[in-house]
Each structure stands twice: as C-alpha cells, then as structure tokens.
Design a protein around this ligand. Structure first.
Ligand SMILES: *[C@@H]1O[C@H](CO)[C@@H](O)[C@H](O)[C@H]1NC(C)=O
Ligand SMILES: *[C@@H]1O[C@H](CO)[C@@H](O)[C@H](O)[C@H]1NC(C)=O
Ligand SMILES: *[C@@H]1O[C@H](CO)[C@@H](O)[C@H](O)[C@H]1NC(C)=O
Length: 389
C-alpha cells in the first residue's frame, strides 16, 4: 500500500511537470501573437526554427568532425558568403535589378544567423504588454515600470503604423541614414530619396545638405537629448519616433505629447527640447526589443543583469538597422562608420567636429558594434551606400 502511494505521488508529479512544460511552450507561441492569424504564422516560424536548430546541430556535428566551428559565439555563420537556398536564390535572381525583393533582408539574415525570427512590431501599440521579450526588462531593454505612462501616451497618439500608403506596400525598401561625415560630397541625395522608408537619426539636418542626404524623411528616431530643440527644424510629414534609454525619457515624452510645461529636467545629460512641434498622431514609440536584441544577441554586449551598464548600449544607428531587418524587405544604410585613420575628417556631415574628437564612450562599444555591422555588409544582408562599415 505504501509503495503504490509513493508511485502514485511520483506519477502525479511527472504529470504536473509535463503540464508546466506544455503550458510554457503554449505561452511562447503568444509572445508576439496578436490575432489568431499571427499565431498561425508564429507557429510556422517556430516550426521552421525547430528545423533550423536541427540543421544547426547537424552542421555543428559536421563541423566537429572536420574540426572547425561553423558559427561564431554570437551565432553568426563563419561563412558569410553562404549562398541562399536554391529556391530562394532562384526567386530573387529571377527579379530584375530595380525590383524590390520581398523578404530579402530577412532571408539573407536567416541564412547567416539561423536564430533570427522576423516578426517584431516596429512600434508599441495598445497590446504592448503582451510583448513577452521586453515586458520583464527595464528601459532601455524593455518597458517594465513604465506601463502606465505608455498607456496614457498611446491613448493620445492612437496610430501605430507607418501610415496607410507605406503599410500597404507589398515590398518595402528602407534606408537608415547615419550622421557620419562620410556622407559629405557624395551627392547621394537623390538615391536616398528613392527608398520607400527613409530613417534619420537625432538632430541630423536636411536643410543645407539636400544634395548629399536627400529631402524625404519617413521617420526620425531620437531620444530627449538627441531631439531638435528648435521647432523650425522638425520636417513636416515625418514621424517622430521615440526611443527610450531611461525611465525619465518616458516622462519627458508624456509631457511633450500632452503639451505640458517641461518639469524635472535633472537627470538628462544635456539640455532637452521643451516643446515638440508634432501632433500626437505623428508620434510613435519604438519597440525596445530592437535595443535588447542588438545589444545581447547581435553584438554580444555585457548583459549586466539586463540593466544599462558600461559599454552595453548599442548606438541608435544599429538599433535602427535592427528594426529594419524585422520590418523591411530590403535594407540599405549610408553615412555609417568612423574611420579613425583620418583624424581630421569630419565626424558628422553637418558640423566641424573632427573624427579625433570621438572619445572612448562609456555607454557604447563602437568596435564590437562594427564587427556586427561588418557581418551584415559582408553577407549582403544590408547594402552600405557609403562603404564606411
Ligand atoms: C521568372 O520570371 C519570369 C518572367 O519575368 C516569370 O514569367 C516567371 O514566372 C518567374 N519565375 C519565378 C519562379 O518566379
Ligand atoms: C566638400 O566640398 C566642399 C566644397 O568643395 C569642401 O569645402 C569640403 O571640405 C568638402 N568636404 C569634405 C568632407 O570633403
Ligand atoms: C568592448 O568590447 C571589447 C571586447 O569584448 C572589450 O575588450 C572592451 O573593453 C569593450 N569596450 C568598452 C568601452 O566597453
């Protein structure tokens, strides 16, 4: 009798464990899930992921037999010239040079980085609490502790996409325009303007530099200290995309959205804009997942228990590229890369500060970040128009 009780107890225990495992798997499927259709897509993603992991394991085994590893510590293939699977290669080769290639950047990325999972919304919307990967991290890697402020901001902004026209495009080409001096005198303006989505960063101006940087801006990604202070510099018809680096940043955004007088400016590391000449419907909050993924998965910066620490914040440019990998079909960049071998070259295209002025940064790790961007360029995941990476 005692024996059977013991056995029964063990069986119950195993059943409970099994259920917990099953439930956590189910929950995983809901990570980005919003509608049943999304969940179905997610399931196929998970399934292909399982297939990929199996392939990865076999690859690794093969690698071990030969004695050379196949992936680097971040999980990128060591063979960056790897060809796309034949069916994809055929599909893309069959398109003309000028045609936008659907899913191209994600396909190239997955080819060299099998862990890549494409779905990740660009901006936070009212279901943001369900974003499993970010809801447990504090800013900048997530939004924990800021949920109520975000709720109140989102009830005012009301829109969560790029706008009707861009959202309905079957294939989107995006360009991230960096602020590097390397953009000067290259007359890339009209090429940049040809992209569907043009992303600019912080206070990099257009006026006076149109020939080199173009005229269109789909969105400008920034944070309080990086935003234009002069109202006249904000271009019309562009989205103000907010990227938070610290909890205080959300407070700033709420005051800007509700057009309140700015209170509590201690805590910013330089003066910040006191007014944002944008309507709430032109404001978006960037999904903090892109900061998290760039830092910990792609670049491999120190986790520091998931908190901001020395050298673990990616630059905004790399965050924007990460966002584009998930949300654009083709991704290009221009104005990226610091060339330390030319100390007298201008650091930014819009001011006279020299390259030599760039100091060892406490927050960023420029050299480690560059290793990651180089992999993307080498493997043709992204196109670098100015060849600075
Ligand atoms: C390749 O291109 C041709 C002509 O543009 C088209 O008719 C054909 O269906 C394409 N094949 C594939 C597999 O996309
Ligand atoms: C760009 O051209 C202008 C005018 O020719 C020149 O003054 C400037 O130094 C050039 N900038 C760079 C970075 O070469
Ligand atoms: C950048 O990363 C490298 C390699 O991990 C490390 O040696 C270096 O100290 C880091 N620099 C900063 C500023 O954190």
């Amino acid at each position: 009798m005692k024996h059977t009780q013991k056995l029964l107890f063990i069986v119950c225990f195993i059943l409970v464990l099994g259920f917990i495992y099953y439930a956590s798997w189910k929950l995983h499927l809901y990570v980005w899930g919003q509608t049943p259709q999304r969940i179905a897509e997610e399931t196929t993603v998970v399934l292909t992921e399982v297939k990929r992991i199996t392939e990865l394991k076999t690859d690794n085994n093969v690698g071990r037999i030969v004695g050379t590893p196949v992936y680097d510590t971040q999980g990128f293939s060591l063979n960056l010239d790897k060809k796309l699977p034949p069916e994809l290669a055929y599909k893309y080769d069959n398109l003309s040079e000028e045609e936008c290639k659907p899913g191209y950047a994600a396909a190239k990325m997955t080819n060299i980085y099998p862990k890549f999972i494409k779905p990740a919304p660009m901006f936070l919307d009212q279901n943001f609490r369900r974003l499993g990967k970010v809801n447990s991290y504090l800013p900048p890697f997530g939004f924990r502790t800021q949920e109520r402020i975000i709720d109140s901001i989102l009830t005012a902004t009301k829109y969560y996409g790029l706008g009707k026209e861009l959202d309905s495009l079957r294939c989107k080409r995006c360009i991230i325009v960096g602020n590097g001096g390397i953009l000067s005198n290259k007359s890339l303006g009209s090429r940049i303007d040809d992209y569907d989505v043009i992303v600019r960063l912080n206070e990099a101006p257009i006026t006076g530099y149109v020939k080199d940087v173009g005229t269109k801006t789909t969105m400008r990604i920034t944070y309080p200290e990086g935003a234009f202070q002069k109202a006249e510099l904000y271009e019309k018809n562009s989205l103000f995309v907010f990227s938070a680096f610290k909890p205080l940043d959300f407070k700033w955004l709420r005051q800007m959205v509700f057009k309140e007088n700015l209170r509590g400016t201690q805590g910013f590391w330089k003066p910040v804009a006191r007014k944002l000449p944008r309507e709430p419907k032109e404001i978006r909050i960037l999904n903090p997942f892109f900061i998290q993924e760039a830092a910990f998965q792609f670049i491999g910066l120190p986790l520091n228990h998931g908190l901001m620490g020395k050298g673990n914040i990616p630059t905004l440019g790399t965050v924007a590229i990460t966002m584009a990998l998930h949300n654009c079909d083709e991704v290009a960049v221009a104005g990226f890369g610091y060339d330390m071998s030319t100390p007298y070259a201008p650091l930014h295209y819009y001011e006279n500060v020299k390259m030599s002025a760039i100091k060892e940064s406490w927050t960023h790790n420029i050299s480690k970040e560059k290793e990651f961007l180089r992999k993307l360029v080498k493997a043709n995941v992204i196109t670098d128009l100015t060849h600075g990476i």
